[in-house]
Design a protein around this ligand. Structure first.
Ligand SMILES: Nc1ncnc2c1ncn2[C@@H]1O[C@H](COP(=O)(O)OP(=O)(O)O)[C@@H](O)[C@H]1O
Ligand SMILES: [Mg+2]
Length: 587
């Protein structure tokens, strides 16, 4: 796991190595400075001592200068260490996000089905931030703290070995206190991160569905859902923080006790009550070391804490990084789609590995290049699933799908998808102008191309009436055009790709019947060679197709022209009759 993550450090390796070195430099200076101070205080003691009564001012100046030099060095190390640490950890997070995002783009539809949007967003944002914090803590503290701790102990041994024992005892006590706190707090933090996910999911779902929420007047329910999610997060955060707040006062208490011990033992040594050899100036230095030793322990504990806490985040990031596309690349890819013919050879298909959930069964089908094919069937009969196999959004379970005489699995995926345009049932536009959105179909399209495509999709009339025309800014996701207008823009966008096969998955459901017919007529006139597959609810949308496929529970029930099916197919004629009746009643 660590190896997967650390791959993303890349160009920040140098900063990641230099940072701890600078931090160690700072730690060493912090140990040396109190030591130098001892000498200065010692000189002053000499002055106060009636037996000596003089002071070597040369020495004082020397030690002072040394102390200043060390101080400046510590400062420089601290600043650079901090800077490099920030650079390395931010860069690491940046690379991680980039790597996750790059891998996300390789996901197939089947991969995407494995994750909820909310969880992916949390992974790329909060989880990476957690790992970034842990990383920064580690490169700044994980080397520095032990160095601080060990060198302070060494210096103490040099001054008076017995005092090192006092420190050792204190370190053990403090470690136990910290361990107990961590043991208690980690489960709370784990739950807290899960609650974060829950909160994100609620917010994300509410915001994407805000229109539905409003039209069903469900605001109160949504608010209470949010309050519940936020409330749970609050409860666990408070519990966790409550335990952590104990930690600081406990450390201070331990430190006070240590200081009292040092003072008592030290003064008794000084006056000779107990064996040992310390001067008052050394006692003062030892008190400073006690703070450093204990803070060293605290830092290591914090680092370990951060690592355990972010372990969950690391796992979830690795999952995204290690997910491999379910659409394997062909060994010897084909780069050219010969024509728009389509063949389904005994195709079975399912979304999950479990075979009892077959969505399509025994599909045998030949569509010649340039044909117009209608697909009719109840919702859930597998219409969208059937066409999604043509641009290889999913792979078949059994059999094969061929486009232009070549198995879709043998094409370079981009080439295939370039030539097979699909206007999805749930379609999306992106923020930007109309022209920008249409250019998704072809980046290099001229204004003339765009106008032509819009005309074929019958989108030109309403675009011309919009303020700014093709430069009209669509809101996020195309919120400020109507459903039917959005569908027509999506058709125009697909047409700009100049595909060999175009698939309309219920793409004119929100367009009125007249415009629907106009679009079909335009397609026939402008792109006679293009294979057109039309999934529709309305018989009118498919009745002049070369052939119509009737799907029923994942099987092909019948294939034929409108007239043939009317005569021979029960499902088709039933749909037809129900629509005719509906139409008559409306008139
Ligand atoms: N992404 C998916 N994951 C799992 N099952 C799915 C998915 N999409 C559709 N299905 C299932 O496949 C079946 C056929 O769906 P679909 O092809 O969308 O039908 P249609 O387009 O005819 O309404 C349905 O039972 C549906 O529940
Ligand atoms: Mg569908």
């Amino acid at each position: 796991m660590f190896r997967t993550l650390l791959k993303s450090v890349r160009e920040y390796k140098l900063s990641s190595i230099l940072c701890p070195i600078f931090m160690v430099g700072e730690a060493v200076m912090e140990i040396i400075i109190p030591f130098l101070m001892t000498f200065i205080v010692h000189e002053l003691e000499n002055l106060a001592d009636p037996a000596i009564g003089t002071v070597n001012s040369g020495n004082i100046v020397l030690y002072s200068v040394l102390m200043i030099v060390c101080g400046v060095f510590a400062m420089v190390c601290g600043i650079y260490g901090g800077k490099l640490g920030a650079k390395a950890s931010c860069g690491f997070a940046h690379n991680l996000r980039e790597d996750m995002y790059n891998n996300l783009q390789t996901y197939s539809f089947a991969n995407i089905d494995n994750y909820s949007t909310a969880s992916l967003i949390t992974r790329i944002t909060t989880d990476v931030t957690n790992v970034q914090m842990a990383y920064q803590m580690c490169i700044r503290m994980l080397v520095r703290a032990p160095v601080l701790f060990i060198s302070a102990i060494i210096m103490t041994v040099m001054i008076e070995p017995f005092m090192a024992l006092v420190f050792g005892g204190a370190a053990v006590v403090l470690s136990i206190v910290i361990a107990v706190c961590m043991y208690k707090v980690v489960p709370y933090f784990r739950t807290m991160f899960k609650k974060y996910d829950g909160l994100n999911a609620v917010v994300q779902e509410d915001l994407t569905g805000i229109r539905v929420v409003k039209s069903y007047v469900r605001e109160d329910r949504e608010i209470s859902k949010m309050r519940h999610a936020a409330g749970e997060l609050y409860t666990y955060s408070v519990k966790a923080e409550r335990i952590l707040t104990v930690l600081m006062p406990m450390t201070t208490l331990v430190m006070f006790i240590v200081n009292i011990c040092i003072l008592t033992i030290g003064s008794n040594m000084y006056v000779g009550n107990i064996a040992g050899n310390v001067t008052p100036s050394q006692i003062q230095t030892l008190i400073q070391y006690s703070a450093q030793i204990l803070s060293g322990i605290m830092m290591v504990a914090m680092c370990l804490n951060y690592i355990t806490l972010s372990k969950g985040s690391m796992d979830r990031i690795c999952e995204v990084l290690n997910e491999r596309t379910t659409l394997p690349k062909p060994v010897d890819p084909v780069f050219e789609v010969a024509d728009g013919s389509i063949d389904f050879n005994d195709v079975d298909f399912c979304y999950t590995q479990k075979s009892e959930l077959m969505v399509l069964k025994d599909i045998k089908l030949h569509i010649a290049s340039g044909e117009t094919v209608g697909i009719i069937g109840a919702t859930g009969s597998g219409k969208s699933s059937l066409v999604s196999l043509i641009p290889r959004l999913y792979d078949v379970a059994q059999g094969s799908v061929k486009v232009g005489g070549v198995d879709v699995r043998n094409y370079e995926l981009n080439v295939l998808r370039d030539k097979v345009a699909m206007v999805l049932q749930k379609n999306v536009l992106f923020s930007g102008t109309i022209a920008e959105n249409l250019r998704w179909g072809d980046e290099n399209a001229t204004d003339e191309d765009i106008r032509l495509a819009a005309k074929q999709a019958c989108a030109d009339e309403f675009i011309d009436n919009l303020p700014g025309g093709y430069d009209y800014d669509l809101g996020q996701g195309g919120v400020n055009v109507s459903g039917g207008q959005k569908q027509r823009l999506c058709i125009a966008r697909a047409l700009l790709k100049k595909p060999k096969i175009i698939i309309f998955d219920d793409s004119t459901s929100a367009v009125d019947t007249k415009t629907d017919a106009k679009i079909r007529a335009a397609l026939k006139a402008y792109a006679p060679d293009m294979t057109k597959i039309i999934i529709a609810q309305r018989i009118a949308s498919v009745q002049d197709a070369d052939k119509i496929i009737v799907l029923d529970e994942g099987r092909i029930d019948a294939i034929g022209t409108h007239e043939e099916l009317l005569k021979s197919n029960a499902i088709y004629s039933e749909i037809y009759l129900s629509q005719i009746k509906g139409g008559e009643e409306n008139e």
